[in-house]
Ligand binder design. Structure first.
Ligand code: F6P
Length: 462
C-alpha cells in the first residue's frame, strides 16, 4: 500500500490542547493507516522562510512544517492566495487585486514547498494537495522529476470561465491543475466550469469516459462533495444540554425564537445581506419584535487583508444600527459575536436554534449547513434557510433555498422558517439528514483516495 502525503497551507499538528475538527481528523485517519506525512506552513512568520521544515512524529504520522518569511507570507498568503485567487474564485472581481509581485511570491512559495518536500518523499508515495494556495505545487514537483501519483482537491468554488479569464495568470493556473492525476471539485457546477475552460480555452478535451485530456496529460476531474463527521457531531449535540454554556443560552433566549448564523468573517458569506434581511423581517413584520433573536457568530479571519478589515467595520456599524433602531430595554434583536467556539458548544447552539440562516454569495460547500442538520433533535428539528450559491445547496435541496441578493425574499423565507409546522420540519430534516449521511467526510476521503489509487489513466482515442 502506498504511503499518503498530504500537503496543505495549514497543517493540523495534533497537540493535547487543541481538538481538531472534522477535516483534520479525517486526514489524520488516512495518514495513520499506512503511515503518512503531512506537509505545509508552520503558521509562523519569520524574517526569512525556513531552510528546513520542522518535523514532529506522532505515531505513524510525520508532520513537517516550514516557517514562512515575512515577504513570502505577505505575497503568497495575504497577497495572491487571499487578495487575488480568493475573490476571483468567489466571483468578487470588484475586490480582486492583480499585483505581479504577489503572483511571483505565490509561485516562489510553491517552488519552495516543492524543494523542501522532495527529500521527504518516497517513490511509492501518493500525494494529496489541498486548495487554492497550492495549485502550482504539482507542476513544480513534476519539474524536479517526481512521477508519483498526485491528486488535488479544491475546497473553494471553481469560477465560470468568463470570470476566470479576468485572472491574468489563468492559463498557467489551469495548466498547473493538469499536472495532477486527479482534480477534485465540490460540485457539478465547478466541474462544468473546469470542463468549459479546458475545452474552450485550453484546446483540451473531455473524453467519452469522463477523463480530461489537456496540456499533454490525461487526468481524472471529478466531483467529491466534502462532508462532516456525522456521528461524533450527533453525539456532541445530544449531550450538549448538559453544558453550562447551553444552559445559559436557554436561560437567555428561552422566551425568543433563535436564528443562528456561523461563519468566518469573510465577504463571501453575505453577512451584510444577512443583517439586512433580518432587519427587513423586523421592519415588515413587527409582530416578531421582542419575539425573535438573531445570533451571528463570526470569528475574524485573514485580519491583515484590508478587505476583511473593511467588512468588519461595516458589520459593526450595521449591528449597532439594527440594535439602536429596534432593541428594547428587555430585548436585544441582534447578537453579533466575533469569537470562535468549541465544537461541543456550537453543536448545542445549533440544536437550540429554531432556524439557521446561511447566506453566502458564493461558497465551495458550507459545512455549517451540514453541521446544523446533524445537530438537530429528530423529534423537533429546526429549519435551514440556505443560499442557493452554497455548494451544500446541491445536496440539501430540502432547505428553504434563497437568493441572498433578494433581501425581501430572504426575509420572507425567514418568516416561513420561523412558522414552519413540525411535520414539514421533520420531513425536510429527514431528507437533508439522509444527504448529510450519504456524503460524510469519510466517504469524501475514501472516494478521492480510491480515484487517486487508480492513476495513471491511459488516454482513450476520441
Ligand atoms: O475553505 C477555504 C479555506 O481557505 C481553507 O483552506 C481554510 O482552512 C479556511 O478557508 C480558513 O482560511 P485561512 O486558512 O486563511 O484562515
Amino acid at each position: 500500500m502506498a504511503r499518503l502525503v498530504v500537503v496543505s497551507n495549514r497543517v493540523a499538528v495534533p497537540d493535547a490542547a487543541s481538538r481538531a475538527g472534522g477535516l483534520a481528523v479525517a486526514l489524520q485517519e488516512a495518514l495513520e493507516r499506512n503511515g503518512g506525512l503531512w506537509f505545509g506552513w508552520s503558521g509562523r512568520i519569520t524574517p526569512q522562510s525556513g531552510e528546513q521544515p520542522g518535523v514532529v512524529e506522532q505515531g505513524r504520522v510525520t508532520y513537517a512544517t516550514l516557517d514562512l518569511g515575512r515577504k513570502d507570507h505577505s505575497e503568497y498568503y495575504n497577497g495572491f492566495a487571499n487578495r487575488t485567487l480568493w475573490p476571483v474564485f468567489h466571483y468578487r472581481l470588484d475586490l480582486a487585486n492583480f499585483e505581479r509581485e504577489d503572483y511571483a511570491g505565490y509561485l516562489r512559495v510553491n517552488r519552495l514547498f516543492a524543494q523542501k518536500l522532495r527529500p521527504l518523499l518516497r517513490d511509492d508515495d501518493d500525494l494529496w494537495v489541498h486548495d487554492y494556495h497550492l495549485i502550482p505545487l504539482g507542476e513544480e514537483l513534476r519539474h524536479i522529476g517526481l512521477g508519483q501519483r498526485m491528486g488535488f482537491f479544491l475546497h473553494t468554488p471553481f469560477p465560470a470561465m468568463e470570470v476566470l479569464l479576468c485572472l491574468p495568470s489563468h492559463a498557467r493556473l489551469v495548466r498547473s491543475l493538469c499536472a495532477y492525476d486527479v482534480v477534485g471539485f465540490q460540485t457539478a457546477a465547478d466541474l462544468r466550469a473546469f470542463h468549459d475552460y479546458v475545452t474552450v480555452e485550453a484546446g483540451g478535451a473531455v473524453l467519452s469516459n469522463g477523463l480530461v485530456n489537456a496540456h499533454g496529460r490525461t487526468l481524472r476531474a471529478e466531483v467529491f462533495p466534502i462532508g462532516i463527521d456525522v456521528e461524533p457531531l450527533e453525539r456532541l449535540a445530544r449531550a450538549s444540554p448538559r453544558l453550562s454554556s447551553i444552559r445559559r443560552l436557554r436561560k437567555n433566549f428561552g422566551a425568543c425564537k433563535l436564528i443562528i448564523g456561523v461563519d468566518r468573517l469573510d465577504y463571501s458569506k453575505g453577512l451584510p445581506q444577512r443583517f439586512h434581511a433580518f432587519q427587513r423581517l423586523l421592519e415588515t413584520r413587527p409582530a416578531y419584535r421582542g419575539k425573535v433573536c438573531f445570533m451571528q457568530i463570526a470569528p475574524p479571519s485573514r485580519s491583515d487583508v484590508p478587505e476583511y478589515l473593511e467588512l468588519r467595520r461595516m458589520l459593526e456599524a450595521e449591528a449597532g444600527h439594527i440594535n439602536g433602531r429596534y432593541a428594547d430595554f428587555d430585548w436585544t434583536p441582534l447578537h453579533y459575536l466575533n469569537s470562535a467556539f468549541q465544537r461541543a458548544t456550537l453543536s448545542g447552539f445549533y440544536r437550540f436554534a429554531q432556524v439557521c440562516l446561511l447566506t453566502p454569495l458564493r461558497d465551495g460547500m458550507n459545512l455549517v449547513a451540514k453541521e446544523y442538520i446533524a445537530s438537530q433533535d429528530p423529534e423537533n428539528p429546526g429549519a435551514l434557510v440556505l443560499s442557493r450559491f452554497a455548494g451544500a445547496a446541491r445536496e440539501l435541496d430540502s432547505a428553504l433555498l434563497i437568493n441572498p441578493y433578494d433581501i425581501d425574499g430572504v426575509a420572507e423565507s425567514l418568516a416561513r422558517a420561523l412558522e414552519m409546522p413540525l411535520d414539514e420540519r421533520r420531513q425536510r430534516w429527514a431528507h437533508m439528514m439522509n444527504a448529510v449521511r450519504a456524503s460524510s467526510i469519510d466517504r469524501w476521503r475514501e472516494s478521492f483516495l480510491a480515484a487517486l489509487s487508480s492513476a495513471p489513466f491511459g488516454s482513450e482515442g476520441s
